[in-house]
Ligand binder design. Structure first.
Ligand code: NAD
Length: 355
């Protein structure tokens, strides 16, 4: 198969981690007889420096013309003082909205080899951590009106029934493919938008009788994720709650550097990125963990290109790498072998075999 991939390296550690993921994709192409063509796209701080905007129209168009987009990360201290509408992260919001990717899927799964890296108590980790957060990605407070007047600032949180329904369906369908438990997370004791959210979820539940739906307030959910993560199968929630909860969930699995994500809309063209940011504190030092990006590339093969064997092969190569005791600094443990970003990529590629 021939696939065209738009590649956004971005800022900070972005270029380093994306380079490793592309090498992995190239090896997969070799093994399975595919052709992956890459188109470089400038987004984030690097685009601000080059064009004066975080995602110019032509760069967005390259993404819309592709079969899928692979993204490293954007942002950094250098662009902290630019006006709000020009910030690197605005490029990301524009990309998500432009691609219409309303559903962000973030797995929170602990690799058995990394159970010691979790900050949670051993007895909690041993019960198993394996759930998915389905986050609404192009609505809610991040996309509402933002304004500051004098000493008062306003951010508008708005959701329509249609927006809630389409992400709700993804939540139910994701649960159907797993353990059939869906937890809808909101703040219906305070927010109107959450009361609407809850109402729509319960209306949809009638169409998915095989899925057990539960409700949880977001503050309780934040607590339950560290107290008893094994209770969750699929969590579905709105944009900002999902943003916060998925960072929390990533941390209990060991490192933010390990977690991939997919964002999909109505078409098969998806956006694939690790959940972490551009990590300016470690950029350019060859110490970043590229696994979140490599696993994001695997998700791209699985969800957008219908290449499940190729995706399995990448995940197996990562597992074998961990079994062999190699670790980047973020997940380093006693008796393990410390490797850098490039060496991590190379070792995973060496493990890649056709299934
Ligand atoms: P961050 O995720 O970049 O870093 C948080 C911590 O995790 C840092 O200590 C960092 O060194 C570490 N870390 C992150 N990724 C790692 C990896 N692959 N390997 C090893 N360690 C890793 O979050 P932050 O520091 O709050 O944000 C830095 C910049 O990234 C900011 O400009 C922020 O706006 C931006 N950001 C971008 C995205 C994105 O592009 N999707 C997401 C979040 C933050």
């Amino acid at each position: 198969m021939v696939k065209n991939i738009a590649v956004i390296r971005g800022d900070g550690i972005g270029p380093e981690i994306v380079e490793q993921a592309i090498k992995v994709l190239d090896r997969v192409a070799e093994l399975y007889g595919h052709t992956f063509n890459y188109t470089d796209v400038d987004m984030g701080g690097c685009a601000i420096d080059k064009y004066g905007a975080p995602l110019p129209e032509d760069e967005l168009q390259k993404c819309l013309d592709s079969d899928s987009v692979l993204l490293g990360a954007v942002g950094g201290n250098k662009w902290n003082d630019v006006p709000g509408h020009l910030r690197p992260e605005k490029g990301l919001l524009r990309l998500r909205a432009g691609m219409g990717v309303y559903s962000n899927n973030r797995p929170a799964k602990i690799w058995r080899q990394l159970s010691d890296a979790s900050p949670l108590k051993k007895e909690i980790v041993e019960k198993g951590i394996d759930f998915i957060i389905v986050r609404e990605l192009i609505g809610g407070i991040y996309f509402g009106e933002h304004k500051t007047e004098g000493d008062t600032a306003v951010d508008v949180l708005r959701y329509s029934e249609a927006e809630i329904e389409r992400i709700g369906r993804i939540g139910f369908e994701t649960a159907q493919k797993r353990n059939k438990k869906l937890c809808s997370v909101e703040k219906s004791n305070v927010l109107d938008s959450s009361r609407l959210w809850k109402k729509v979820m319960h209306r949809l539940a009638a169409e998915y009788p095989d899925v057990e739906l539960s409700d949880m307030l977001v503050d309780n959910c934040a607590m339950q994720i560290v107290k008893d993560p094994a209770q969750f199968d699929v969590i579905v929630t709105e944009n900002m709650f999902g943003d916060i909860l998925s960072d929390e969930a990533s941390m209990i699995t060991g490192s933010i550097g390990m977690i991939p994500s997919s964002s999909l809309g109505a078409s098969s063209c998806g956006l694939y990125e690790p959940i972490h940011g551009s990590a300016p504190d470690i950029a350019g030092k060859d110490i970043a963990n590229p696994i979140g990006t490599i696993l994001s590339a695997a998700m791209m093969l699985r969800f957008s290109f219908d290449m499940p064997n190729e995706a399995d092969a990448i995940e197996k190569a990562v597992s074998d790498y961990l079994d062999a005791g190699y670790r980047t600094a973020d997940i380093m443990g006693e008796g393990m072998t410390l490797v850098g970003c490039k060496q991590c990529g190379k070792l995973i590629i060496d493990n890649l075999k056709k299934k």
